[in-house]
Design a protein around this ligand. Structure first.
Ligand code: URA
Length: 280
């Protein structure tokens, strides 16, 4: 009962305020940058881009038979829900930010801790109004302990800039904090063990909008499958507006899909009073 009251309280805190702002102008050069990035193979170098491991398929992670049969329907999979968090995880649900980060740094809840170099907690501002949730760290992220720093990460940064945000003012996290081997998608039990951290991060940051990057966060945050159909449609998670869109790794492989992602991002921008003006 006490837990339910706490959850209700948290949901109240997460209610977004609808505040009107003036439209800001977008620099077309920044948008061009996003649209162009990834078109040419970047020059091989000793840095993270040249050594990037193959990107995982962020659009279609091994669908369950239920999902395959009915791709855009709600499916019975792990869905983030603080009300049903087992007792041993409740401490995480109440933790202050610093403690949460320290706990994640030594977490051994799932098999992924065995092969990680660094846990990847988050990047950006704890006061962010805009949060991006990806899938899980890749090789570069595992090496640096920072989300989205590889090639897909560079594209995400361009997307954020095209939206007229600075990467430092948004918040970026993943469904799992440790790198799945060979860049595979996280397994259900791994995601389930890791989700209480992310839920607490969401509660503490209290973003106005969450952008889900690809099929994996769509699956574990909203319990939905079918990112290509669902993208661009507003959803809600615990009182927060959610915009599912395509994962930057997918966009690197499918240039043509960038225009769809850009449409989704513009919907997010409009909530913040930002609008792209072609002739600015
Ligand atoms: N892909 C993700 O989903 N997350 C990262 O942090 C990097 C690549």
């Amino acid at each position: 009962m006490q837990e339910r009251a706490l959850v209700r309280q948290i949901i109240e805190c997460l209610k977004i305020e609808s505040e009107q702002r003036n439209y800001a102008e977008i620099d077309p050069a920044v948008l061009r940058d996003f649209m162009q990035l990834g078109k040419k193979e970047p020059a091989k170098s000793a840095n993270s881009i040249g050594n990037q491991a193959p990107v995982r398929n962020s659009v279609a992670p091994a669908p369950s038979p239920a999902m395959a049969a009915n791709p855009s329907k709600e499916v019975n999979i792990v869905k983030a829900d603080t009300e049903n968090v087992p007792q041993d995880k409740l401490d995480v649900c109440r933790m202050p930010y610093e403690e949460l980060e320290k706990k994640a740094a030594v977490c051994t809840r799932c098999r992924l801790h065995k092969s990680r170099t660094n846990p990847v907690f988050a990047d950006g501002s704890r006061k962010a109004e805009l949060m991006f949730i990806g899938e899980g760290p890749g090789r570069d992220e595992d090496a640096q302990g920072i989300p989205f720093v590889g090639r897909a990460g560079q594209l995400l940064t361009k997307m954020i800039e095209a939206m007229q945000f600075d990467r430092k003012e948004v918040y970026i996290a993943n469904i799992v904090k440790c790198r799945p081997p060979e860049n595979r998608a996280p397994m259900d039990d791994e995601a389930e063990q890791c989700l209480p951290y992310l839920l607490r991060q969401i509660e503490l940051v209290q973003p106005k909008i969450i952008v889900l990057l690809g099929a994996v966060p769509l699956k574990y945050i909203l319990g939905l499958a079918g990112i290509t159909k669902i993208r661009g449609n507003w959803k809600e998670f615990k009182g927060i507006k959610v915009m599912p869109t395509l994962h930057p790794a997918y966009l690197l492989r499918n240039e043509a899909a960038k225009k769809d992602a850009w449409k989704d991002l513009q919907m997010v921008m409009s909530v913040f009073g930002k609008k792209y003006r072609k002739n600015s």
